[in-house]
Structure formats: structure tokens, C-alpha cells
Write a protein that binds this ligand. Structure first.
Ligand code: MRU
Length: 354
């Protein structure tokens, strides 16, 4: 990815702010927010100004660092109390993407390690700063590696379908499901990408279509309910999606509608690939039933994207933000350490041990 790269999440060390690309304003406006407090960062995560599992984790890591940076705590124990409060608060912003909890836990392990080593308040703050930057830098490397592994499964001129946005703006760089598309583009693969619009929040229409178009990729926007016809017409040779949490048995939570795409792919005999950093694999969840699914406000369906309300005032609305794709529908899970194939309990664990 060259000059066109947009950094959606970064730390501004001069002003001590979290700088976020406001993803709710895309594609119309490219506007950055400068956030200082944990309340502002919580709100940005909840409102999807920053979204995508890895980007949420990175934002939360910066968030806990920024929470303790200005602290005047007299000793490391008191600083730890402040840290834990900020950590718990940010962890309550969204429940499904495990990267949020993974990044916050990693920041806490860093804190505890420093505390046990007898460091000063200032030294602990510096270590948290470094750890938050490591989390972001490692994510960029992880995504590139996922892209390289995924590209081995793809051939030039293929038609690819993706759901939601698992692109550069959902991560530190490259994205997960879109990483092989960017790498393929650099190598002249000339993929034809179909982007599901992704009801109700339109991440596919607003974000994936925008991201791929500005990178020069051949991308076609379709409504979610058109995936079947484009598959039937032979336009799609592989499906690539990201994910928010993978259970030990390979069941995968991703944006609502993903499991339907997987069922269609099975019907049309099209490989269905899930791109997942190992930080998204949660071996403490035995199956997808253990993954908490976020439910969101009714207005997202009834009025948010319309000039006028599109449903009766008192209509009951069910708005789960994610669904779980059964492991039996997944051809392979592509991680930074390589591919996991069915028999996921063993194959995922083997990647962790690598
Ligand atoms: O609600 P969102 O937009 O945060 O949902 C995001 C997704 O479902 C992505 O596919 C997932 O987080 C992977 S991002 C690399």
C-alpha cells in the first residue's frame, strides 16, 4: 500500500490525544477526531467512529495509556487503581470483538510486569506508551502476513466477495480480508471484488467500496440480498471475510449477515475464507454459543440512513450486530502464522504453538 494509506487510529504524542478517522462520516467526509478522555474514546467505540476488531483494540490500548498519562498518582499502586477503572470502563463499550479485551489485558499485563519489577510511576507510564505503540505496529505486520498467506489461495482475475469492512481502516494497516486484495493489486492480480452493502450500518457501501475504489481496485457494490445471484452467475470464486471472535472449534462471529453469505457459498460450492489475526481467536470460548452478540438500537434500522422514517413508529425491532458462522461452513481460517483447516480445535491450537 503506497501513498494512499490512511491511518485510522494513531496517538498524537505532542498533544496527548487519540487521533481517529471518523468512520461514521465516510465516504462523504474524511475528518479526524482528537480525543483526550476515556469518555470520548468509549463514545467513539460505541458509536463506531472507530470500528473493526483490531482498530477497536488499538484505540482502547491508547485509551488506557491516555487515561493514566496525566495522573498525579503518588505511587504505582494508586496509578494501578486508576488504570483498572479506565480499563473496565473501556471494556464496556462493545461486547463481541475480542480484540478489545485482548488489547486491554495486554496493557494490564504490561502494567503488572512493570509494577512487579519495582518501576516508578513515570517508568510505568513510559512502558504503557511503548506497549500501546507495539500493539499498533504488530497489527500492521500481522495484517500484511495474513494478506500474504491469503494470496496463496487466490488466482489472478478471480471474483471475490466480501462482507462488512475488514480493510485498512479497520486495522493498523492493510486490513485482514482486504489485505490479500491490496497485495494482489500491487502484483497485478486484477481481482473483481463484490462488496456487500452490509445492512444496517452500511460498512460495505460506505467503507469497503470507498477504500477499494481509492486504491484502484475493481469493486462493485451490491445489496446484501444480491449475493446469491452474483454467486449463481459465476461471478465469485472465493469469499473473504474478517471476524470479531473465533471460538476454539472454529465457529466465527462477524458482522450480521456473514453466516448467510457462508451458507450461500456452501450451496454454490465457493470457498469461504475467514481472515483472523490470532488476537481474534478466543480459545476460552469453546463454541460460538459462548460468544456474546451485541444488540444495537432500533433507530439504526428504522431511520438512521433515511430522510424520513421507514418503519411504523412503534414497530418492534431486533438488531443483532453480529452472527456466528458455523465452523462447518468455513473452508479455512487465515492467520498471520498460516492457515487453519477444518479440525479447528487442533489446527488453531497448533498455530498458537508455532
Ligand atoms: O460493527 P463493526 O463495523 O465493528 O463490525 C466489524 C466487522 O464485523 C469486521 O468484519 C471485523 O471486525 C473484522 S475487521 C478487520
Amino acid at each position: 500500500m503506497g501513498a494512499n494509506v490512511i491511518q485510522s487510529v494513531r496517538l498524537d504524542d505532542v498533544n496527548d490525544t487519540l487521533v481517529l478517522l471518523d468512520q461514521t462520516l465516510l465516504p462523504g467526509k474524511t475528518q479526524f477526531l482528537n480525543l483526550k478522555t476515556v469518555e470520548e474514546i468509549w463514545d467513539a467505540i460505541y458509536k463506531l467512529k472507530v470500528r473493526g476488531a483490531p482498530a477497536i483494540g488499538i484505540a482502547a490500548a491508547y485509551g488506557v495509556y491516555l487515561a493514566v498519562k496525566p495522573s498525579e498518582a503518588a505511587d504505582v499502586r494508586s496509578l494501578y487503581e486508576e488504570f483498572k477503572k479506565a480499563k473496565e470502563y473501556l471494556a464496556s463499550s462493545r461486547p463481541t470483538a475480542v480484540n478489545l479485551f485482548w488489547a486491554l489485558d495486554r496493557m494490564e499485563s504490561c502494567f503488572i510486569g512493570e509494577m512487579n519489577a519495582g518501576r516508578t510511576v513515570q517508568e510505568v507510564k513510559e512502558a504503557l506508551h511503548a506497549e500501546s505503540e507495539n500493539i499498533r505496529d504488530e497489527d500492521a505486520e500481522v495484517c500484511e502476513s495474513i494478506g500474504k498467506h491469503a494470496l496463496t489461495l487466490l488466482k489472478p482475475e478471480m471474483g471475490l466477495l466480501t462482507h462488512c469492512n475488514a480493510g485498512a481502516i479497520a486495522t493498523a494497516k492493510y486490513g485482514t480480508a482486504l489485505a490479500p486484495i491490496y497485495l494482489g493489486e500491487e502484483q497485478g492480480y486484477n481481482f473483481k471484488v463484490y462488496a456487500d452493502e452490509t445492512r444496517p450500518l452500511l460498512q460495505g457501501a460506505r467503507l469497503t467500496a470507498w477504500e477499494l475504489e481509492r486504491a484502484g481496485v475493481d469493486v462493485t457494490l451490491i445489496c446484501d440480498n444480491m449475493a446469491s445471484i452474483v454467486m449463481k452467475e459465476g461471478r465469485v470464486q472465493a469469499v473473504l471475510v474478517g471476524c470479531d471472535r473465533v471460538a476454539a472449534n472454529g465457529d466465527t462471529a462477524n458482522k450480521i449477515g456473514t453466516s448467510g453469505v457462508a451458507i450461500l457459498a456452501k450451496h454454490y460450492n465457493i470457498p469461504f475464507y475467514v481472515c483472523a489475526p490470532l488476537s481474534t481467536v478466543d480459545l476460552s470460548c469453546a463454541t460460538g454459543d459462548d460468544i456474546e452478540i451485541e444488540n444495537r438500537r432500533a433507530e439504526e434500522i428504522t431511520e438512521e440512513w433515511y430522510k424520513m422514517r421507514m418503519a411504523p413508529e412503534d414497530i418492534k425491532v431486533y438488531n443483532p450486530a453480529f452472527d456466528v458462522t458455523d465452523h462447518s461452513l468455513i473452508t479455512a481460517i487465515i492467520t498471520e502464522k498460516g492457515l487453519a483447516y477444518p479440525g479447528y480445535e487442533g489446527s488453531l491450537k497448533a498455530l498458537f504453538d508455532k
